[in-house]
Design a protein around this ligand. Structure first.
Ligand SMILES: NC(=O)c1ccc[n+]([C@@H]2O[C@H](COP(=O)([O-])OP(=O)(O)OC[C@H]3O[C@@H](n4cnc5c(N)ncnc54)[C@H](O)[C@@H]3O)[C@@H](O)[C@H]2O)c1
Ligand SMILES: O=C(O)C(=O)C[C@@H](O)[C@H](O)[C@H](O)COP(=O)(O)O
Ligand SMILES: [Zn+2]
Length: 367
């Protein structure tokens, strides 16, 4: 991506998503600040690569700024209440006042945890999201969902807290491990599957370029994904309705992540994007099983994900009833039972209740 691209989020919270190479050192980062304190939250992989650049950008625009860092260990297994408390302790040590800002520099784990700390510190301070993975650029930095995991389930403790700005420096993707790039592509496929068959076809045509990390293809995928997400969260920021479509594949995916103990950095386990890839195949098959979508659409989803180098089968050893039990704590579930995002066809999806457990179990057993 050579040019700067801006996507606007509207509605209750208005902010810009800036996308382009070189933004980490840009003075615009400092312009997002209102007070005298900034806490950079990052992880042990990202901070050594990029925190100095961000801190320099903050200081160049605001020489009197008090800046501190909270650097957590990397990985989903660290998205915990314990790390969240450490982050709050770092805000206390900084003396952060209500006009302070949290600067979330990292992937979705850092963004979710730092965003939740910002939502809670003094009942809510600014958070600026600086996503450094493809997944966080196309999805987690936008829309204000923040959370940490519990052993019982993904993202069970959290808040809606919109960022003040999202600044996505696409040049940082050059240091992102290939596996993490592919994981981000799973959430990109999600937008095509639920919103736009043309985009899905574009992804099919550009799968090799995307996996190879080609700049032009990635730039297009990031900009279009942010546009889909911005439009939905502008209309439905708190997931009262259509925002739930962004959860396609997640009822299955979150159950898999949880059953695997959030060990997504292990070679044999699945990270979030990978679990969502498997979940989307299962959700597409469930759509066919209950007679909503043709089975050929489920095959098409599976084939695209395979071309993108993503897993499409449930890891060996996971038990179908145990996965179903995990799903009961899905946030879309209501007293009446589970709700799934099912395809009508590629490019169109619906929130569906009343899916029989037996149908879900059959899909899980075959998966
Ligand atoms: N809030 C939301 O709307 C939302 C949406 C989607 C996903 N999520 C959450 O996001 C999380 C997954 O995020 P993720 O896929 O970004 O994983 P992640 O944050 O764990 O990052 C993946 C790995 O890449 C490393 N990394 C990050 N940027 C790097 C870079 N530029 N160069 C080198 N290494 C880098 C990290 O240290 C980590 O090891 C999950 O917890 C998921 O639940 C939230
Ligand atoms: O922004 C949303 O809404 C999403 O559902 C995006 C998902 O990709 C993301 O993984 C989200 O964190 C899941 O939310 P949850 O409410 O199921 O925890
Ligand atoms: Zn997700």
């Amino acid at each position: 991506m050579s040019a700067l691209h801006t996507v606007k989020v509207d509605g209750e919270a208005r902010y810009d998503i800036l996308i382009g190479p070189g933004l980490l050192g840009d003075a615009r980062i400092a312009h997002t600040l209102r007070g005298k304190h900034a806490l950079i939250v990052s992880d042990a992989n990202v901070a050594p690569l990029y925190a100095d650049r961000v801190e320099a950008a903050l200081r160049s625009g605001r020489p009197a700024l008090h800046v501190a860092r909270y650097v957590m260990p990397a990985g989903e297994q660290e998205k915990t209440l314990a790390r969240f408390c450490e982050c709050l302790d770092a805000l206390a040590a900084l003396g952060a006042t209500r006009d302070a800002a949290v600067i979330a520099l990292g992937g979705g784990v850092v963004g979710d945890l730092a965003g939740f700390a910002a939502a809670c510190w003094m009942r809510g301070i600014d958070v600026v999201q600086i996503p450094t993975t493809l997944l966080s650029m196309v999805d987690s930095s936008v829309g204000g969902k923040t959370a940490v995991d519990l052993p019982a389930g993904k993202n069970l403790v959290g808040a809606f807290h919109a960022p003040r700005a999202v600044i996505a420096d696409t040049a940082v993707l050059r240091t992102l491990p290939a596996r993490e790039l592919r994981a981000g592509l799973a959430e990109v496929v999600k937008y095509g599957a639920v919103f736009d068959e043309n985009f899905f076809s574009w992804l099919e045509a550009h799968a090799s370029a995307l996996v190879a990390g080609e700049d032009a293809a990635l730039a297009e995928a990031i900009a279009r994904s942010c546009q889909y997400k911005a439009e939905v969260v502008s209309r439905d920021p708190f997931e009262h309705g259509e925002r739930a479509l962004l959860n396609f594949g997640h009822t299955f995916g979150h159950a898999i992540e949880c059953e695997l103990g959030y060990a997504g950095t292990d070679r044999d386990a699945l990270n979030h994007g990978e679990a969502v890839a498997v979940g989307m195949v299962l959700a597409a098959r469930l759509s066919a099983a209950v007679g909503r979508a043709p089975l050929s659409d489920a095959r098409r989803v599976e084939t695209l994900l395979q071309h993108l180098g993503l897993p499409t089968a449930i890891p060996a050893g996971l038990d179908a009833p145990a996965l179903l039990a995990r799903m009961r704590l899905d946030k879309k579930a209501v007293a009446g039972g589970l709700r799934f995002i099912l395809l009508n066809h590629i490019g169109d999806a619906t929130v569906v209740s009343g899916v029989p457990d037996q149908a879900v179990l059959e899909v899980l057993r075959a998966g």
